[in-house]
Design a protein around this ligand. Structure first.
Ligand SMILES: NC(=O)c1ccc[n+]([C@@H]2O[C@H](COP(=O)([O-])OP(=O)(O)OC[C@H]3O[C@@H](n4cnc5c(N)ncnc54)[C@H](OP(=O)(O)O)[C@@H]3O)[C@@H](O)[C@H]2O)c1
Length: 171
């Protein structure tokens, strides 16, 4: 199964000011690109903290939210729309493959990104560079020492002064 890690970052490499910072600072162009990419694959994987900042499932795709306590979220779950799951990155991939998905977008946040990168389960990294500087904040992947090499695939202006870069993860 192919996993595409998709994130927006400032030109100084920040993805959020802190864990509770909503991703509402990104451009319309990035939001449009995010919707197109996630709908293409049909599923977005995200950590519980990121889901909390969004506060609702993104429509038209399966939102698979990773949490250590999925049992507590049973009442909120809507099969095929919003599902809560506990498992290692490898178990997440096996779970989605078992449902028939051939690819998925990993949509953050940094803690979850790092666990998938560490497990060697990310195939592509898709970054939007937004024309902003935050100075302090969270970087792309957190909580693991990583040594991941990327191979450039393509880049293109998205509009709104944003640039999208696509890399393949060297394996
Ligand atoms: N700029 C962007 O493109 C972008 C995109 C996404 C997110 N963000 C930002 O990132 C920030 C949040 O990131 P974060 O790193 O603090 O948190 P996160 O990665 O969104 O969520 C971490 C939580 O997810 C759960 N989790 C992760 N992997 C798991 C697994 N394998 N099994 C079970 N549970 C798992 C755990 O939740 P429990 O507490 O339930 O154990 C963990 O505490 C927010 O500010 C958000 O806005 C930015």
């Amino acid at each position: 199964m192919k996993i595409i890690l998709m994130m927006a970052m400032t030109a100084d490499g920040i993805v959020a000011r802190d864990s509770s910072h909503k991703a509402d600072w990104t451009s319309k162009a990035d939001k449009k690109a995010f919707i197109a990419e996630t709908k293409k694959h049909g599923v977005i994987i995200m950590g519980e903290t990121t889901y909390r900042t969004i506060g609702r499932p993104l429509p038209g795709r399966l939102n698979l939210v990773l949490t250590m306590e999925p049992e507590k979220r049973a009442a909120e779950s809507v099969p095929g729309v919003l599902e809560f799951y506990r498992g290692s990155p490898a178990e997440v991939v096996a779970h989605l493959s078992g449902k028939g998905y051939q690819s998925a977008v990993l949509g953050g946040g940094p803690y979850t990104n790092a666990s998938f990168l560490k497990a060697g389960l990310v195939d592509e990294v898709l970054i939007t560079i937004e024309p902003k500087l935050f100075g302090n904040g969270m970087t792309f992947a957190k909580g693991q020492d990583l040594d991941v090499n990327l191979v450039y695939i393509s880049s293109a202006p998205l509009g709104d002064n944003a640039v999208q870069i696509r890399y393949q993860v060297a394996k």
